[in-house]
Ligand binder design. Structure first.
Ligand code: GLU
Length: 305
């Protein structure tokens, strides 16, 4: 980090005791559908690693999207994980109760001039990138934002905001990279404890959205803030979030937060090779349960005794 920008860590309020040296693992589902067997695998991996290493296991409810998240899905998470035989520390952190912590992080980025308001609709962005022809995708498959609102004069931005135009806050990625001023990476470990260094490439995400008017944070902001506040030392999650880690490393560096170790595990796939997901109607754990499948069957099938 260039020293002229080093203002100390963002004060988001630590939730973990500083003198506890145990490793901390977490499972962090979003209650926007029922858990399926892929979630069970991820939860069990974290739980078993915590158990094997005398570490702590936390459950975190990632419910910042208050439109899509529902109390019945949250309740089902507790029931399904209990059924699988998991236990976790109480109280469970529910992100919807911590918007003020995420706002502090967003303000920190704003104070450094790293966010700008963007008024583009999805349609507008797709029209512009299609016209330009040479556009690239971000790791989630969306178009990299072509920077339409980046050069807007501040007066114009203020005028649009005052007139109630809907705005999203995007990171100015080149500026963020230049403020950090050095290469980023992380330590990725495999099935055992063997680790390799991975080079982080946050620019793959372009000027992505980090907060909106309706949701004043984003998955990326909240996950980075909470992993630090909860003292998470080991992030064990699916390979689908591997690329997001580059962005998380950038944010950790800007916020001056510690770097956890990462393990991105393989994803379970259906017989057609598709990644299991709530949206592709992968069979939920409760549907399996209703068919008479036991928790022991699930654990065994996933390679846990
Ligand atoms: N909440 C995210 C999900 O349900 C996972 C977050 C993470 O493990 O970093 O996909």
């Amino acid at each position: 980090m260039n020293s002229q920008y080093r203002t100390g860590p963002v004060d988001v309020g630590a939730l973990a005791p500083k003198d506890d040296l145990r490793r901390v693992f977490r499972f962090a589902p979003s209650p926007n559908g029922f858990l399926h067997i892929g979630h069970a695998y991820s939860a069990l991996r974290n739980f078993e690693m915590a158990r094997r290493t005398d570490g702590r296991f936390l459950l975190r409810i990632e419910d910042i999207d208050t439109e899509r998240c529902r109390p019945e899905y949250e309740q089902a998470i507790y029931e399904d994980l209990e059924w699988l035989g998991l236990t976790w520390e109480e109280p469970v952190l529910r992100q919807s109760e911590h918007f003020s912590a995420y706002s502090k992080a967003v303000e920190h980025l704003q104070e450094r001039g790293l966010l700008y308001s963007c008024f583009c609709s999805r349609l507008e962005i797709s029209r512009v990138v299609t016209e330009r022809r040479d556009w690239s995708h971000d790791p989630d498959g969306g178009p990299i934002y072509p920077g339409i609102c980046r050069p807007l004069p501040e007066g114009e931005r203020a005028r649009r905001l005052a007139s109630g135009q809907h705005a999203a806050l995007r990171i100015d990625m080149p500026q963020a990279a230049s403020q950090v001023g050095h290469l980023l990476g992380w330590s990725e470990y495999g099935e055992g404890e063997d680790a390799r260094d991975v080079h982080a490439d946050p620019s793959n995400w372009g000027d992505c959205v980090l907060a909106r008017k309706d949701i004043p944070t984003s998955y990326h902001i909240s996950v980075v803030v909470d992993d630090a506040r909860q003292g998470v030392t080991d992030i064990v999650r699916g390979q689908d979030l591997f690329e997001a880690t580059s962005l998380h490393r950038l944010l950790q560096e800007i916020f001056d937060l510690p770097m956890p170790r990462y393990h991105h595990h393989d994803l379970l796939r259906d017989p057609a090779g598709q990644k299991l997901s709530k949206s592709t109607r992968a069979k939920s754990l409760r549907a399996l349960r209703e068919e008479g499948i036991t928790a022991q069957d699930v654990r065994k099938r996933l390679g846990f005794s």
